[in-house]
Ligand binder design. Structure first.
Ligand code: NAP
Length: 259
């Protein structure tokens, strides 16, 4: 089979590659984009999914990968995305994020719905749809980007912490359900990473977003991509179950050293 870079968004399954395929959701920004670059450097054909396809096209051209539109909250979009993925060795469930920071007593249901639809049901949809191809690859690997918010709760964060806990529970359950099959499951739980995450969380308020990282040295997207790529490039019998990665300045979700 010849190797082909397909930066387009046609509806046909035109991806033909002699390289192993890695699907990365939420590849238009932050951790997903950095992971796409890193896995492409390791020789994978990266299939990039997100809603901002213009960004994906540029990244596909840079990495020799494939850009496909994907809205993980929309079943039809997920189906048409998956139809175009011919084989799959790695799935990085990365699309996600937070919206708002309200106490439970003032919770905004539309923010909650966004977070549960994207982080939890989005991960469910993609994993469910691609598992047969991952198993068929005889060395499948599902890597899910959860968060320290999947391990701890904090004030004013319940919409996000509950969604990340649920996403992590779904991911960790798969480890037992597929024991004995040729597929690995790795959860990567980052602390503070400076990406577009806080801008999205605070509905475009850039000043408030910047304040999240003020006075400390946060992780950058490449730091998390390194960890994902390390897990993805271990021998097939090695399963890194859970990796928590935080800046040196951060001890927990609620405790950081700031100057
Ligand atoms: P980011 O820069 O905001 O990237 C989020 C990505 O998710 C974007 O590519 C976005 O693409 C995609 N996305 C959002 N909704 C989507 C949808 N409905 N369908 C498809 N893609 C969607 O933030 P990031 O920090 O890289 O976040 C990546 C993951 O890391 C998330 O799961 C986040 O919860 C997790 N995380 C982040 C941090 C942090 O501090 N930054 C810490 C722990 C965990 P489009 O908008 O183009 O669709």
């Amino acid at each position: 089979m010849s190797t082909e870079s397909t930066a387009g968004t046609s509806n046909r399954s035109v991806i033909a590659s002699d390289r192993d395929v890695a699907v990365i959701t939420g590849a238009s920004s932050g951790i997903g984009a950095a992971t796409a670059r890193s896995l492409a450097n390791e020789g994978f054909h990266v299939i990039l999914g997100a809603r901002r396809v213009d960004r994906l096209r540029e990244l596909a051209a840079e990495t020799g990968g494939t850009a496909l539109p994907l809205d993980v909250t929309d079943e039809d979009s997920v189906n048409s995305f998956v139809e175009q993925v011919p084989t799959c060795r790695i799935l990085v469930n990365n699309a996600g994020g937070a919206k708002g920071s309200a106490p439970v007593a003032e919770a905004d249901e539309s923010d909650w719905r966004w977070m549960w639809e994207t982080n939890v049901l989005g991960t469910l949809r993609l994993t469910k749809a691609l598992l047969p191809k991952l198993v068929a690859s005889e060395n499948g690997h599902v890597i899910t980007v959860t968060s320290v918010a999947a391990l701890e709760v904090y004030d004013n964060g319940s919409g996000y912490t509950s969604a990340k806990h649920a996403e992590a529970a779904l991911h960790r359950t798969l480890r037992g359900e597929h024991l004995g099959e040729p597929v690995r499951f790795t959860e990567v739980a980052p602390g503070l990473v400076e990406t577009e995450f806080s801008e999205v969380r605070y509905h475009g308020d850039t000043e408030r977003a910047k304040a999240v990282y003020r006075g400390l040295t946060p992780l950058v997207a490449d730091d998390v991509a390194d960890v994902i790529t390390f897990a993805a490039t271990r021998p097939a019998h090695v399963n890194l179950d859970q990796i928590v990665v935080k800046p040196r300045d951060q001890a927990s979700a609620t405790r950081s050293h700031r100057t």
